[in-house]
Structures are given as structure tokens and as C-alpha cells.
Design a protein around this ligand. Sequence first.
Ligand SMILES: N[C@@H](CCC(=O)N[C@@H](CS)C(=O)NCC(=O)O)C(=O)O
Length: 341
Amino acid sequence: MLKTKILMGLLALALFAALGQAAARAGTLDQVQRRGFLICGSSPGVAGFGLPDDKGNWTGFDVDFCRAVAGAIFNDASKVKFIPLSGKDRFTALQSGEVDVLARNTTWTISRETGQGFLFAGITYFDGQGFLVRKKLNLSSALELSGASICVQQGTTTELNLADFFRGNNMKYEPVNFASADEAVKAYDGGRCDAYTTDASGLYVQRLRLADPDDSVVLPEIISKEPLGPVVRQGDDQWFNLVKWVNFAMINAEELGVSSKNADEKAKSDRPEIRRLLGFEGNFGEGLGVGAEWAYRVVKLVGNYGEVFDRNLGESSNLKIKRGINALWTKGGLQYAPPIR
Ligand SMILES: N[C@@H](CCC(=O)N[C@@H](CS)C(=O)NCC(=O)O)C(=O)O
């Protein structure tokens, strides 16, 4: 009898604790709205993706994604606080609730979802890992890197892929580990390593920061898949959906030819897909908790996917990264968003 009572008590306690935890995780949108701004976990400083200037104004592809989420919620894309996070610290910051969303060159992997309690809300940039080497080494392939010392950043998939690549090809190497990209790049530039490895997008960025960028080349091999995207905590479906559909709205807007420049004009369009995207037919923002014109605000205030890519990474930026596999599916690329209907 007593045993059953104790057991019931313990069960009730466990249930109470579980409910408490779920409540702590849910309601991110509410919290953000009450606080009046979004808190976005960002890169500590990677040009093109996330970088503050000396006045603390942030720019970049990941930064614009967070601005788009803020635009959907507040009709004001400036209502974001950016928290710079290292490769290692980004996950604890998201887990503890220090940030509402993480948009920081982060690769979608199974262990980051099932092991760490996160969900990736889509793929904003299809990337892959590469190597940067000095030209004078006269290498034409990463397969010639046997015995090389390689500068690499800790707490990243980069470290793991590097180990796989060398083990898989029966080659030896000496990893030289750093907590930040800055330190790893400086060490490479100072001659401490034969090669520097990171996501190919990062190689474009970091090469330009070398004392002499023309002294180094990117080798042709891409040794991994790095699908980069925004990350949220598990347990808050509404928030997950909002972050996910902001990305989809930006991709759909590009596909439909709706941009920050013509959004108002397109508001007069008869095309049902455009009317649904901009919130004149149906109210798809309701389920997201942000009102019918959420996607109009995203596109008007921040831009469609193509505009954001072009301004931060593409032709209109210093980096001149080609759309490549990040082109829309209608143009031979992989960027594809489910319909708004
Ligand atoms: N995509 C990989 C690598 C992420 C990563 O840390 N990339 C570098 C690219 S340069 C970066 O953002 N470094 C910024 C820093 O920590 O200083 C991952 O998710 O583990």
C-alpha cells in the first residue's frame, strides 16, 4: 500500500518536472514579443556571414536571416540583438536559452539534432569542406597533403571530416587546433601550418584576409557535405515553424520574382501564389503567430533569398561567390521551398 503511494508520488513528480521542462522550452515567440527583440546567436566575425563593424552594426547572410525573422515578428528588421559565439559555445548558448535561434555557419547533422536536442529549420546555404594551401607547395589535389600540418577550428564538423578524410585515404597529418577562425587563419598566415581547412564559403572569406591572398589557393576537392542552416531548440513547434517558413518564404519569393524593390507593386498581382505569399489570400501567418503579411514584411524589409545571397556573398559583395548548388531548383540548383498554401 505504502509502496504504491510512494510510487504514485514519484510518478506525479516526474510528470510535473517533464511538464515544467516543456513549458520552459515552449513559448519562444511569446518571450521574443514580450522582450521586444530577437536574440540571435551569430558568428564572432566572418565577413559575408556575420560581422559587426566598429559601430556594432552587424551585416551578413546569417545576420540577414535573423533580421528577416525579426521583420516577420515586429515589422522592424532592426529588432535583433546579435550574440557572437565560438564554434564550441554556440550549442550551449542555444541549449540554455541565451539565444532564441542560432544562425552561424552551422552544419545540420544527426547528432546535433538527436544528441543535443536541436532542430535545423532548413538549409540556407549548401556548403562543403575544402583546403587552402600556399601556392609554392605546388599541390594540385588534397590527396597530396600526406604528412601536412593543418590548421583547423575546434568544436566543428571540420575537425571530424579532416580526420575521416586522412584516415579514409590512409594518409598522415598533424592537426593544429584553434578555438576561433581568427587564430587558425593567423597561424596559417604565419606559416605554422601547410594548409587551412574549413567550409568552402569560409575559405573564400579567409583567403581575402591573408597578408597576400594571391599566395594561396583553394584545392579542388570538397571532402564533405555541410548543409548550413538556422537552429532552434526542440520542444517549441510554433517557433520551429516560424523560423523554417521565414527561410521558405525568402526562397519562394525569389522563385516568384518578388523582391524588396517590387514587393509593393507585386501586391497588385493577380497570381494566386504571389497573393498567398504576400498575405492577400488566406492567412498563413496566423498559424505561425505573426499575422497574414509576415512574408511581405520579410521580403520588403530584408529581401528574397537571391537578394540576400547577392548582397552578402555574391556579385554585389567582395566575395563574389557563385550561386552554384545554391541556385534555385528552377535554375539547376538545390534551393527548393514547399508551397505557401
Ligand atoms: N559548418 C561547420 C563549421 C562552422 C565554423 O565554425 N565555421 C567557421 C568558418 S570560417 C566559422 O564560422 N568560424 C568563426 C569563428 O569561430 O571565429 C560546423 O557547423 O561545425
